[in-house]
Design a protein around this ligand. Sequence first.
Ligand code: BG6
Length: 304
Amino acid sequence: MNHSGAESNQRAAVEVTKDKNGIDQVVLQNTRGASVRVSLHGGQILSWRTDHDEELLFTSSKAIFKPPQAVRGGIPICFPQFGSRGLLEQHGFARNKIWVFDENPPPLHPNDSNGKAYTDLLLKPSEEDLKAWPHSFEFRLRVSLAEDGYLTMISRIRNINCKPFSFSFAYRTYLSISDISEVRIEGLETLDYLDNLCEKQRFTEQGDALTFESEVDRVYLSSSDVIAVFDHEKKRTFTIQKQGLPDAGVWNPWEKKSKSMADFGDEEYKKMLCIDVAAVEKPITLKPGEEWTGRLELTTVPST
Ligand code: BG6
C-alpha cells in the first residue's frame, strides 16, 4: 500500500477497517500501543489514544455516525469556509464528504514519514461541490502518529483551476477534559478576538490565561504558534503547535446551547473544549497552480 505506511518500524501498524456504513477507517498504531483512528468520512480523526489506552479526544455520546453529517467530536476539518462567514453550509463541505486514499501523494519531508505510522487522504470537489463553490482543488491530508505519541495533520491544498480562489480553514480539535471549570488556555492572552456571540465584534483579551464560566465562541487573531491547554484535575497539558494557521478558535457551547444540539448531551459541555487551529480573519488566496500547507501537531505532557 502506498497510501499509508509505517516506515522504519516493523511493529508500528496501519490497518484499514470499515465502519457500520461501509466507509473505510484507518487505524494508526505506534509500537507503544498509542493509536489514531481516521475516517474517510470527512478525513476526520475520530480517536487519539495514549499507550495507556486513554482517549484524548472528546466524542459526544449522542454523536450521529451517518454521513453527510460530521460526527460531533474528534477533529473535523472546516474547509473552504469557517463557521457562517460565507455562503456555504456552516464550516464548509469538506467534513461532510467521503474522501479517498491518496495513492500517489507528492513527497513530504522524510521526517514526516520516518518512524511514523501515517495515512494519506485526498479530497477533490464533486459536481455538486463545484456548483456551490466553483473552484477546482486538490486537498491532500497526511495524518501521522509518531513513536512519542505526537499526532500530526498536514493539509496541502492546491489550486488546479485557471483562476485564483480564497478559502478559510480550521482543524477543529475537540479536546477531552476533566471539567471545563478546571482548564485554562495559555497562548491567547492580550490578543484581539472576534466574538461570535457579539456579532463577530472585535475585542481584546485582558486576562492572564483564559478560563471558562459561560459559553465561549471566539476567534483569536494572529496567535503564537504554540497554545497550551492545562487540565488541572487530569494533571495533563495539551500542547498545540501550528504552522500556516494564524488564528485560534475557542468554542464551548455551555448549558443552554448544549440543550439545543441534537447530537450533544446536555451536560457534555463540561467534558470538552474545542480549539480551532485556523485561518479565518484573512482568507488564504491561491493563484492557479499554487499550493498552501497548514500543519497541526498535538501532544500531551504531564503537568502539576
Ligand atoms: C462554532 C459556531 O464555531 O461552531 C457555532 O460559531 C456552532 O455557531 C459551533 O454552533 C458548532 O458548529 P457545528 O456546525 O459543528 O454544529
